[in-house]
Design a binder for this molecule. Structure first.
Ligand code: PLP
Length: 515
């Protein structure tokens, strides 16, 4: 085919219409069965090599085959047995918005290639700021994930609290940020990206509920200063990654005000509770933060990635990225809200706002509250189930939808402490490979915990009861197998001892060939 013909075929509207209808039908069928937990298992486990081999074979097929294979061989977040990492089963309307965004492909870097997308973003950002309890001064951006949102906030902190007043300056000051030992690794990564080195993050100890010990802040600051560090910010966790623990944000805000430090809230996971009347109290104090992030792709039904970064004083975002880019903007000093790339890392970016706005337009803000309340309730129910089961141990009552627990064996047949980590790790490996449930694990103070993030409102208490039963069965098989292995090893070592006891003549008689 001639180049023109190849391209004409690719853009053929009828071809698109038919393929689109087929795909939407397939997705709707997928949704219908998956939400009920019917059809294939939640995790169609395959090794990376198998996945790669499959993809190589798909290269010679067509898009329809590729789409079907993707559905068949991907983890199913809409399945009620999916409770692993912090990622939401998308609201179908947001997935449709994703298709629309991908087709119109508005680049968003400057207003002309954003238009409505830019306005959607503003609306969403203002809605979040309002939910956080901030006033009209607050403003921000949507960006590519909590990791980038946190880095952007720390860049703003550095500009505001140091001698580095723009991206065009450099500084040799050893800056640091204080954060609990439960912070997501992206805070440490952000500090290193900014060149702050090993001491860029000062870890503040946590209490028995894995919340930052606000009493320890002063001492940590003093030690950091004695070590020659210039501390510029404190990051509070609004939902730590491992356990979903919420720091005392008001306590941190008080401290930051006293010490003139930037206060950032990493609410990537849990700041979503600001949408719930019942659970908003968990982020009380977020309205005092200089900056805060929340991921819409964790608890708020939006396809990844979609993160809001809010500044209490919206002007901070412009100041952070103050830099010359004449080929994009004519007026370098202006703070026009609609020139988004002045405030973000990204130049071209996707229409995040459209996906979130579509959910709001279709279902109203109440859907976020409904999702949060439902998931929190389910997590509480699961925690109760675990604590009522004498062969399981609950790490702590959940504050959000994250529940950590482990199998310890029945009171009559306790698994010895030294064997529990390995047992729980192998339970989780086996679960993953069998694929009937998806959960993850975490290590805290040298202890392995099974970890669920109950992200799907379709997950019922009965599903969670089944999960415990499944773990029990796996544990019993694993224990049986390891007993057999131990017995075999004992038999073998007995045999070795008997062999050692015998004389060379006796052995030679049994095996004259000396084999
Ligand atoms: C508390 C916290 N902060 C930041 C992140 C990183 O967010 P993202 O995966 O959107 O980059 C996570 C992800 O799990 C998180 O739990």
């Amino acid at each position: 085919m001639k180049p023109e013909e190849i391209l004409k075929e690719a853009y053929d509207p009828e071809r698109f219409r038919q393929a689109g209808h087929r795909l939407v039908d397939e997705l709707a069928d997928h949704l219908a069965t998956t939400l009920k937990g019917e059809g294939p298992a939640v995790l169609p486990w395959q090794t990376p090599e198998q996945a790669y081999e499959r993809v190589q074979k798909l290269a010679d097929t067509d898009a329809e085959t590729v789409f079907s294979a993707t559905l068949a061989h991907s983890i199913r977040l809409h399945h009620p047995h999916c409770a692993g990492h912090q990622i939401t089963p998308t609201a179908p309307v947001a997935a449709l918005a994703g298709l629309l965004s991908d087709m119109v492909n508005n680049g968003m870097g400057v207003y002309e290639v954003g238009l409505l997308g830019t306005a959607f973003e503003r609306h969403v950002v203002k809605t979040v700021a309002q939910q956080f309890g901030m006033d009209d001064q607050a403003d921000g951006i949507l960006t590519s994930g909590g990791t980038l949102g946190n880095l952007t906030a720390l860049l703003a902190a550095r500009r505001a609290k140091s001698d580095m007043k723009s991206l065009e300056q450099s500084s040799s000051n050893p800056f640091s940020v204080m954060v609990s030992d439960q912070a997501h690794y992206c805070i440490d990564r952000a500090a290193r990206v900014m060149g702050w080195g090993n001491q860029g993050v000062i870890q503040v100890p946590t209490n028995h509920r894995f919340q930052l010990d606000t009493e320890a802040l002063a001492r940590s600051l003093e030690l950091a200063r004695q070590a020659g560090r210039k501390v510029i910010a404190v990051v509070g966790n609004a939902g730590s990654t491992a356990t979903g623990s919420f720091d005392d944000l008001n306590g941190i805000a008080d401290f930051c005000e006293r010490e003139n430090l930037w206060f950032h809230v990493d609410g990537a996971h849990g700041a979503a509770v600001a949408f719930s009347n019942k659970h908003r109290h968990l982020v009380s104090g977020i309205e005092r933060a200089d900056s805060a992030v929340v991921d819409f792709h964790k608890l708020l039904l939006t396809p990844a990635l979609a993160t809001a970064l809010i500044f209490r004083d919206g002007r901070e975002a412009y100041r952070t990225f103050a830099q010359k880019a004449e080929y994009l903007w004519s007026d370098q000093e202006s703070q026009a809200w609609y020139e988004l790339a002045r405030r973000t890392f990204e130049c071209t970016k996707t229409m995040y706002g459209l996906k979130i706005f579509s959910i709001l337009a279709e279902h109203g803000v109440a859907i976020f509250e409904a999702n949060i309340d439902c998931l929190h309730e389910r997590a509480d129910q699961f925690a109760t189930l675990v604590s009522q089961s004498s062969d399981f141990q609950l790490l702590l009552p959940p504050q959000t939808n994250i529940v950590c627990f482990r199998f310890i064996g029945s009171p009559q047949d306790r698994v010895p402490e030294h064997a529990r980590n390995e047992l729980n790790q192998s339970i989780r490996t086996e679960l993953t490979q069998q694929g009937s449930f998806y959960i993850v694990q975490t290590n805290l103070q040298q202890t392995t915990w099974l970890r669920t993030t109950i992200s799907n409102s379709m997950t019922t208490p009965d599903d969670l009861q089944q999960l415990l039963e499944k773990i029990r069965n796996l544990a019993s098989t694993q224990i049986q197998q390891s007993k057999l292995k131990t017995e075999e090893a004992e038999v073998l070592s007995d045999k070795d001892e008997r062999l050692l006891d015998r004389t060379g003549d006796e052995l030679a008689e049994e095996d004259p060939a000396g084999g």
